[in-house]
Design a protein around this ligand. Structure first.
Ligand SMILES: NC(=O)c1ccc[n+]([C@@H]2O[C@H](COP(=O)([O-])OP(=O)(O)OC[C@H]3O[C@@H](n4cnc5c(N)ncnc54)[C@H](OP(=O)(O)O)[C@@H]3O)[C@@H](O)[C@H]2O)c1
Length: 216
């Protein structure tokens, strides 16, 4: 089975890449970094040219699982009074929302070829039920990613393509920090079990890494 993971060079994406390889998936790990080389495919999720090259390189190959993992948290510690500049909003949305959409759009024919699944890594911080304030850009972009996934689920249901949206836990990565609750390996194990369980019957779900339904 062919699995594609965005932002696979470190953090949760890297752990997902390793776990998928260990179970025998044919994994395409993508990275925006210059270290793209053998075993890695270059994809800056904000760059339409990269998306085109990725799709061309696959030339119709069926993709069973697409994991939209790449993300940024640009506004940690910004002040309401004078922070959150417009460029930061643009970058946050270009990566966390448009980047997800462009990836799905570019790989649609590959997903159709296998009735594949799409997993979108959002965050509990995107849930309207956890409006604890601050981090406006990250929260709004992850809420939009959740909304995008829910609407893709509706549109793709008739083709049997299931879409799930996930909170990966609070994870010890560059983003989550060293004091976070779980390791990237633990998050990846839990997430892969959720992706395996995803089906047309559960499409549009918003779940945590350990299998609990998350309120929208
Ligand atoms: N860690 C947590 O506690 C936590 C909690 C909730 C949700 N999440 C979500 O989980 C996902 C993974 O987070 P993480 O903790 O593993 O973060 P991370 O350690 O900061 O890694 C983020 C990954 O995304 C990549 N990336 C960022 N912008 C990109 C772009 N424009 N194109 C391609 N790749 C890009 C990074 O690549 P570079 O190395 O090139 O920067 C890196 O591989 C994110 O969507 C995040 O929002 C994380």
């Amino acid at each position: 089975m062919t699995t594609i993971i965005t932002g696979a060079n470190r953090g949760i994406g890297r752990a997902l890449w390793a776990a998928c390889r260990a179970r025998g998936d044919d994994v395409i790990g993508t990275t925006r970094g210059i270290e793209a080389g053998p075993g890695w495919t270059r994809l800056d999720v904000t760059d339409p040219d990269d998306h085109r090259r990725l799709a061309d390189g696959l030339s119709g190959r069926p993709v069973e699982l697409l994991i939209c993992n790449a993300g940024i948290f640009p506004d940690r510690g910004e002040r309401l009074e004078d922070g959150y500049p417009p460029e930061m909003w643009a970058e946050g949305f270009a990566t966390n929302v448009t980047g997800v959409f462009l990836t799905v759009q570019a790989l649609l024919s590959n997903l159709r070829a296998s009735r594949g699944k799409i997993a979108i890594i959002s965050s509990q911080m995107g849930s309207d039920t956890r409006a604890t304030g601050g981090s406006y850009i990250y929260r709004a972009s992850k809420a939009a990613a959740l909304n995008l996934g829910r609407n893709l689920a509706t549109d793709l249901a008739r083709e049997g393509i299931a879409v799930g949206i996930y909170h990966p836990g609070w994870v010890r990565t560059g983003m989550g920090g060293p004091g976070a609750a779980i390791s990237a390996e633990e998050a990846a194990r839990g997430l892969l079990a959720r992706f395996d369980a995803l089906s047309p019957a559960t499409t549009g779900c918003f779940e945590t890494w350990d299998g609990r339904p998350h309120p929208f």
